[in-house]
Ligand binder design. Structure first.
Ligand SMILES: Nc1ncnc2c1ncn2[C@@H]1O[C@H](COP(=O)(O)OP(=O)(O)OP(=O)(O)O)[C@@H](O)[C@H]1O
Length: 306
């Protein structure tokens, strides 16, 4: 069974399209990253899946339940993007409140464990009023974990966190994944998605532009190769450069040592290697050069200047 399956999911606000005909499929136990620029439709899509926004068209299933059913929500934890907890409540009271809302056991042990998990062990009796944005985000993550949900939707969970906080949240998410929990992550922070997600979707202007594995997305697009060479002569280098326009050679400290960067496709590599070997050049290493997630993102949404 899929954790999430949507069919033609759309949301229009008057004449503005927020989400258009989205067919999304998320496997159980994945950390799924939804990427997209501001206003792309990420939050609207999540809000439809958690039952907060009514779609204009289409349907969705969460763990086999129609997303309109209350039963589906029992499996869901949610950290909204712009949340505010009542400032007069303590962290422990916020969690108690959500245990009551979810109609799960009002369990002090669970609350203590959750606070410890998000690094708020000693702050349970402090009021939210005195929490920094980052501490509130940690509390938000604890709230999303109340009642052991099978899927957790996190809308920008690390936007207010410092690098240590981001690292700690990554650890928590990885632990949750190991425990079989599915994570649906909306994030602007491409580095977070790159580090955590195994599957991604890219949305722009409400339309899904890509859906698949992160490996295929980035590593499928090799820009060229770096060759680590020994025994290269000036004459061979000039001939190789003449055959491969755009080849960049950086000479090393010892004679004949060089790193050559070639902008060629995979199919062109064997010929270059054969050429080098025929010239008596020693080939120590061939490393493919990939685009970064950022380059891939900008290229896909047409903002890379092309
Ligand atoms: N309640 C609403 N009424 C009218 N338009 C809305 C409403 N909510 C969202 N929109 C519009 O729908 C589009 C998608 O918004 P959404 O908040 O889903 O984008 P997002 O990808 O989450 O953006 P961000 O990364 O900036 O949070 C935007 O054009 C937005 O202005």
């Amino acid at each position: 069974m899929k954790a999430i399956q949507t069919l033609g999911l759309s949301k229009h606000y008057g004449r503005r399209t927020a989400v258009e005909n989205v067919n999304l499929s998320v496997d159980q136990g994945q950390i799924f990253g939804l990427l997209g620029p501001n206003g792309a439709g990420k939050s609207t899509l999540v809000k439809m899946l958690v039952g907060l926004v009514n779609p204009s068209a289409g349907s969705a299933r969460v763990f086999g339940f129609s997303f309109r059913e209350l039963a589906a929500r029992r499996h869901i934890g949610y950290l909204p993007e712009l949340f505010r907890f009542p400032p007069w409540l303590t962290a422990d009271e916020v969690l108690t409140y959500h245990q009551r809302l979810l109609k799960v056991a009002v369990d002090a042990e669970e609350r203590a464990q959750l606070l410890e998990k998000v690094g708020l062990k000693d702050r349970g009796h402090d009021r939210v009023r005195g929490f920094s944005k980052g501490l509130q985000q940690r509390l938000g993550l604890a709230v999303a974990m109340v009642g052991n949900p099978e899927i957790i939707f996190l809308d920008e969970p690390t936007s207010a966190l410092d690098p240590v906080g981001r690292y700690e949240v990554s650890q928590i998410l990885n632990e949750l994944r190991q425990a079989g929990v599915t994570i649906f992550l909306n994030s602007h922070l491409l580095s977070d998605v790159e580090r955590l997600s195994n599957a991604v979707a890219l949305i722009d202007k409400g339309i899904i532009l890509y859906q698949g594995s992160l490996q295929d997305a980035i590593y499928g697009t090799v820009r060229g190769y770096q060759l680590n060479l020994g025994g290269l002569t000036e004459a061979s280098a000039a001939e190789i450069q003449a055959k491969n326009p755009g080849a960049v050679i950086q000479w090393g400290e010892r004679p004949g040592e060089a790193v050559m960067a070639l902008q060629i496709v995979r199919e062109g590599l064997p010929q270059v290697v054969a050429d080098l070997v025929a010239r008596g050049v020693k080939l120590y290493e061939v490393a493919p050069e990939h685009s970064s997630l950022e380059e891939w993102f900008l290229q896909r949404i047409g903002k890379d200047g092309r």
